[in-house]
Design a protein around this ligand. Structure first.
Ligand SMILES: [Zn+2]
Length: 531
């Protein structure tokens, strides 16, 4: 069965627009004039619509997002009262839920971001409540959660994490960074595989609604991998997925066998392209909003603090080298300039020792980069994975990051233009559920460096702006490259899967402020219209 899509304006990898896509058995077999001149069984007239490859999300946390969608809906609420009200209602509607876990609250509502357990106690005191902040490096919990986890004034801050405290040293209710968050979350009943399969199904549907047909889960622990395996078999996993296994200092070397076994299990699935589990995730530091990103110069609001490096230099090199030997791509979260430098140094050390291969290392976020490190991305072949929806002066930047960084450093965030000029490959990811999974909401933000939908005003640090063409390439072709899926998707070309979207307007021909309102008229996955 050969289907010809014609009367379209097709965009792919910033090349000139063309008409004609011929699809046979889910695969594109001809484009442009060659497609129009070929035989076909069926023709679909796209009515001069703009067509582009389906989006690919190359940094995100779909299971966490799917779990959050199942909890209290506090994302986007702008006052403490609204959040508490929603938690109260959720508790009343879900009396059998033993722990209430949800997200994501806007930490910028409270100066300094220390939320109080007593505020949550006022609405739910009979069972634990744990809410994640939008940075997902911070949780706010009630007193019952602190008690069930056994956290008291005697509990020391774990390495790499902090427990906010009252004047008498007792825990206040806010904990920062994975090691501190784990003190609470490890006490919660584990999510069952069935619940996580449901979370995966919810996440896939939300992705397809947004025109995304491939994504990565860049924080996968063992139970989550089992859920992906079950979802692949049951059909609940309806988009292509890459998995990145999380490793932490101290325990990483015991994980290699487990990851190899999982990787083999995914490769043995009937559709081995559905899930690729070839990546390992490292957290080099925390977040600027929490004062935990690692900086070369100290924080301006706390001159004794350079933030937190989660790994020692030596252990990070050892771990990268070991996983690279086993042919895992490394995916390193690094936000502060000291963490980016540490990640680049470790990648360089790893490459010096190990044999050459097509490794495509990733540094995700890369929010602050030292001038002298800009050219190292190209030289080492490191992909900078950036979150387009973060590239404007949002309330988190204004209220929480600017006071900690000072204006000069704050304005050096998201140096996209300088990275491009230095030859770096940039790929886009949403970091969902930290921020929205909808690419059309985010595409114009790095172009005009303004809040989506805002037309007037000066873009933040506008010299770092990119073009709409670049933004679209980073969310399609370059994301596919990062995910080792460039032979399969990310462009509209012969041999590729027929995954493309039909838009109501051409994003290249309208004001950037309008791009977030462009509707997806149709989504074709493997040549079949599914939206
Ligand atoms: Zn992330």
């Amino acid at each position: 069965m050969r289907t010809l899509f014609r009367n379209a304006r097709c965009w792919s990898a910033a090349q000139e627009l063309f008409d004609g896509i011929l699809v046979e058995d889910q695969i594109i077999v001809a484009i442009g004039a060659a497609a129009l001149a070929s035989d076909f069984d069926e023709v679909i007239d796209l009515n001069k619509a703009f067509v582009m490859p389906a989006f690919i999300d190359s940094h995100a946390h779909p299971i966490f997002a799917g779990r959050e969608v199942g909890g209290p809906k506090i994302t986007g609420l702008n006052s403490l009262d609204e959040i508490l009200n929603e938690v109260k209602n959720f508790a009343a509607l879900n009396p059998a839920e033993p722990w209430i876990i949800g997200g994501a609250y806007e930490a910028a509502i409270i100066g300094g971001g220390d939320f109080d357990a007593h505020w949550l106690d006022s609405v739910v005191s009979d069972r634990p409540v744990v809410l994640l902040a939008v940075d997902h490096h911070t949780i706010w919990v009630n007193t019952e959660a602190l008690e069930q986890a056994g956290i008291t004034e005697k509990t020391l801050d774990p390495s790499g994490g902090t427990i906010a405290r009252r004047a008498d040293g007792s825990p206040k209710g806010t904990l920062r960074e994975p090691n501190a968050m784990a003190l609470i979350l490890d006490a919660a009943p584990p999510d069952s595989i069935e619940r996580d399969v449901a979370a995966i199904a919810r996440a896939c549907n939300a992705y397809l609604d947004a025109g995304v047909t491939a994504a990565i889960d860049s924080w996968v622990e063992k139970d989550m991998a089992q859920a992906y395996l079950a979802a692949a078999k049951s059909g609940d996993l309806s988009i292509a997925m890459n998995l990145s296994f999380l490793v932490t200092p101290g325990s990483w070397s015991q994980k290699i066998k487990e990851f190899n076994t999982l990787r083999d299990a995914f490769a043995a699935l009937p559709h081995p392209d559905l899930i690729k589990a070839n990546s390992v995730k490292f957290l080099a530091d925390g977040a600027l909003s929490a004062g935990t990103a690692a900086l070369i110069d100290p924080y301006e609001d706390n001159l004794n603090s350079h933030g937190i490096k989660i790994w020692s230099d030596d252990e990070l090199i050892d771990a990268l080298t070991e996983f690279d030997m086993h042919k895992y791509q490394v995916h390193i979260h690094a936000i502060g300039d000291a963490a980016v430098k540490q990640a680049l140094d470790a990648i360089e050390a790893m490459m010096r020792v190990n044999p050459r291969w097509d490794r495509r290392p990733v540094i995700v976020h890369a929010q602050l980069i030292c001038d002298e490190d800009m050219t190292r991305f190209k030289r080492l072949g490191v992909i900078a994975n950036i979150q387009p929806l973060w590239c404007y002066m949002d309330s988190m930047n204004k209220e929480l990051i600017l006071p900690r960084l000072g204006k000069l450093r704050n304005d050096r965030q998201y140096s996209l233009r300088r990275l491009i000029d230095a030859g770096a490959t940039i790929a886009f990811g949403s970091d969902w559920p930290v921020t929205s999974q909808i690419p059309l909401l985010a595409l114009a933000v790095p172009v005009n460096r303004l809040h989506p939908g805002i037309k007037d005003g000066d873009g933040w640090n506008i010299t770092e702006a990119i073009t709409m063409d670049e933004s679209m390439v980073f969310y399609t072709k370059n994301a596919a490259y990062q995910m080792f899926r460039n032979n399969e998707r990310g462009v509209i070309d012969v041999g590729m899967k027929a995954d493309f979207i039909v838009l109501e307007k051409n994003p290249l021909k309208i004001d950037p402020s309008e791009v977030c309102t462009v509707a997806i008229k149709a989504l074709y996955q493997n040549g079949i219209k599914i939206r």
